[in-house]
Design a protein. Sequence first.
Length: 252
Amino acid sequence: MSYNIRHGLGCDGVLDLERIAAVIESVSPDVVGLNEVDVRFHRRSGWEDQLGWLSRRLGMACCFGPTLRRRRPGAFPAGGYGNGLLTKDPILRHHHLTFSITGGEPRGILVADLEREGRPVRLVVTHLGLTSVMRMRQVEALRELCQKWTGPMVMMGDWNVTPEQPEVTLLRPWLTDALSFCGVTGGTYPCLRPRKRIDYIFCTSHFRVLEASVVAVEDCASDHLPVRCLLDWSKDEAGSGIMGTNRRAERD
């Protein structure tokens, strides 16, 4: 699952992290990539460690990739804002790449490794920038990750562009856009009347995409709708039911 949570601020102007947790819980994903997460970052979110709260609430391991940092006056430790990852499997290691341009908000790429059914799996969470210059810098870094990592990989996040744009098509030699593969045409932004899909889950050929969709949300807990997919090992790989909604994996 991939979800830009807008620090828990809904389209109704209400900050409610429990609504975000309920949306995630309704899908019961093995892995969740999160964008726009506050971790002791700002009074707008009550200086809450949102990723830690979601980790405890959902019973999932987590790691964080801050792109902005802030120290609350008179309080420690320092906080940040950026990308997060929740997973039902232990995270073996993670690191974070940060990108900056003059006059623009820094962006980042969170990279985490775990093991599933005896296989190493790399998870990548990012939020591409608002300018083409920043986005292409990030895409080049993503392409480099694809070239260096030859094992199973899932990449997800808010790309800020639609599927026909080069920031997406340049990844095709290595990655499959799960929603496009399944013929999904629905939008993810803005939440109330989604006009375009800018949120993605990609995977390498180590996986088969069994299904994918935009997640329906009754209350707009964020300004984005999340996306989900169900993946299985490809026929060339050992094991089954790698990631997705556990209930459906068992059914399939």
